[in-house]
Design a protein around this ligand. Sequence first.
Ligand code: HC1
Ligand code: SF4
Length: 557
Amino acid sequence: MKIIVNGQEVEIRDDARNVLEALREVGIEIPNLCYLSEASIYGACRMCLVEVDGKDIVTSCTLAPREGMVIKTHTPKIYEMRKGILQLLLASHDGDCTTCEMNGKCKLQKYAQEFGLNTNRFEKISKKKVVDTGSIIIRDNGKCILCGDCVRACDEMQSIAAIDFAYRGFETQVLPSFEEKLENTECVFCGQCVAYCPTGALAIRNDVDKIYKALEDGKYVIGMIAPAVRASLQEEFGLEDDIAMAGRIVSVLKMIGFQKVFDVAFSADLVAYEEAHEFIERLEKGEKLPQFTSCCPAWVKFAEQYYPEYLSNLSTVKSPQMALGAIIKKYYSREIGVNPQDIVLVSIVPCTAKKFEAEREEFKGDVDIVLTTRELVKLIKSTGVDLRKVEPIPFDRPYGLSSQSGLSFGKTGGVLGSVVKVIEEKVKVKDVRTTTVREGVQLTEIELDNGRVVKGYAVFGLGNARKLINDIKNGVIDADVVEVMACNYGCVGGGGQPYPNDVRTRLRRAKILRDTLSIDVLVSPTENFHMRELYNKYLGQPLSHECHETLHTHYKH
Ligand code: HC1
Ligand code: SF4
C-alpha cells in the first residue's frame, strides 16, 4: 500500500505489523525504547509517537497502516514530547555511564545525545537500589527504565517469567519473585533479557580478568571458539561480513598469550556423529523417542525444570563445549605432557548459559573460563590490536578441523541437519524433505528405505519449544528427533552476542555463517579425519564404553 510520510509517497508492505515496522523497512527508524518485534506490543515508552492525518499524535507501534494515511514522524511538537519523555527517564536513571556495560550501545544514552540533553531538567528521583551481582546475569535497577522488554522476552519468548514488575508508581521495579536472587529462580541463563535490555540494567558477568590472571600465573592457556562467534565479531570492529574472522580470532588470541586455539565446530562434528549413532540405536530398539538434542544448556535446564519426564529422551552426548573440554583435559594434556591442573581452557561462545554449563558439577570443571562474544570484544580491545589488520591464521590441529555440518551448529537447524547427514550415511534413506511449520519450527522428514518416515523438528525459543513438547505429549504431533535451541534463530542470537542483537542482525549472522561454511570442503561430520583419528586413538567405536566415559553425561531430575 501507499502512504505519505513526511510529505513523500512511500510504498509499504500491506501486512506490516504496524507503522513503526513498516517505516523501519523503508529506512525510517522511529525512536523507541520498548518495541520488540518478537514480542507483544507494549506501548509504554511513548517515544514512537507520530502525527496522523494532520491531527492525532499516536504511538506508531500501536498504529495499523492504512492506504493513503499521512504520517509525520518528527514535528516540533513531537520533538518536544520526546525530549520530555527522555528528561523524565533520565530523572530516574543513575546516569552512571562510564562503568556501564552498555556505554556506547545504550539506547537511552543515544537518544539523550541525539535530542541534545546535556543537562538534567528534573531533580533525580531516589529509588531503592537493587543490585544483584551474584549471578551470571547482573541486575542494576538504577539503570532500569521499566520498558518491560526483559519481562516480555522472558515470559513471551521463553515462557519462563523469572522476572516481572513489582510494586507501584515510583516504587515499580523489575524483580524475580520474592526478590530472590536470579540464580535461585527458574531462570535458565539464556540471556535474552540482557540481549533486549535497551540500557545497562541487565548485564553479563565479565570474566576477562580471569584470563589475565591465568596468563600471569604461567598457565597453559588454550582457547576454543564456538561457531556463532565468528559470525558476529566483525560488528564490533568495523569489518564487513568476514569469512576469515575465525582466523583473525586465532591470531589475536595467540598475541595475547594463548598457547593453542581450537574450534568448537570440531567437537560439534563429534557430537553430531555420536548423537546420530545414539538415535539409530534408539530407533532400532524403539526406545526413548523422540530424542532431544542437549547441546543448549538453557534448554537442558528448562527440560530439567519443566519436563523431567522427558529427561531420559535427551541425548546423553555432552555439548560440543563440554565434549572438547573433556577431550583436552583427558587426552590432549597427555599428548603435550602438561598436567591438566596447569591447563586453563577458555571457551569463547555467543551464549550466556554456557557459563552456567561449565560450572555444573557433573562436568568437573573441564572448561575453566567461558567468555561471551562481548567479553572477547573487551579482551581484544584491551590490547589495542586492530583486528582488521590482524593476519588470519588457522586453528591449531588436531581439534581445529570441522565440516560444514559442525559449523552449522551455530544457527537453528544446524544440529538436526548434521545428525541427519550422518543418518543418511548409516541407514538407507530414500528422501529428505525440510519444511517450515511456523516461525521458529522446522520439520525435516527422512524417508527410510523400509518406508518408515523419521520426523525431525528444529525449534528455537523456549516458548516455541514448550508448545511443541506439549503437542508431542498430547499426541498432536509425532516426532522422532527434536533440536531445541533457546535463543531465537539459534546460537547466532545468543545472549552474549554484540548489541544490537535484534532479528535483522541475527538473520545477517546466520547468512555469514552460511557463507563461511560454504567454503569448507568437508560436508559431513564423517569426513572430519581428525575426528576419526580421535576414535581410532582413544574412543574406539561410537557409543563405546570410552565414549560414554568421556563424551556422555546424565541429567538432574
Ligand atoms: Fe552454540 Fe554449540 S552451537 S551451543 O550456540 O552446540 O554457545 O555457536 O558453541 O557447545 O558447536 C553456543 C554456538 C556452541 C556447543 C557448538
Ligand atoms: Fe528469563 Fe533468560 Fe533472562 Fe533468565 S536469562 S531472566 S530465563 S530471559
